[in-house]
Write a new protein. Structure first.
Length: 95
């Protein structure tokens, strides 16, 4: 994927699982209210404001509240994150 290409929420969940990169809790992908603090957002691990790119290796699923709390800060990857919460066999490794 080239920098700037669109990523759907379904693609994000398929690739990374439905566990928030920042807090480790499940994301309810059935929420349809984008104002809900638990709504699925796409986080840029290295924020765009800090030179990060909109590429697969720099995005992760997060809750809206977690993403807003993080803002443009850099945070260490959570324990167990290896670029996804999914194991090779497709099982989730999050909480």
């Amino acid at each position: 994927m080239a920098a700037g290409d669109r990523m759907s929420q379904a693609e994000i969940i398929d690739r990374f699982g439905n566990v928030c990169y920042l807090c480790g809790d499940d994301i309810d992908v059935m929420l349809d209210n984008h104002h809900d603090p638990m709504y699925l957002n796409i986080d840029h691990i290295v924020p765009i404001a800090r030179g990060g790119q909109h590429t697969w290796d720099n995005v992760a699923p997060v809750h809206k509240r977690c993403n807003e709390s993080k803002g443009a800060k850099l945070v260490a990857p959570p324990v167990g994150w290896n670029g996804t919460w999914l194991r090779d066999c497709g099982e989730e490794t999050g909480t």
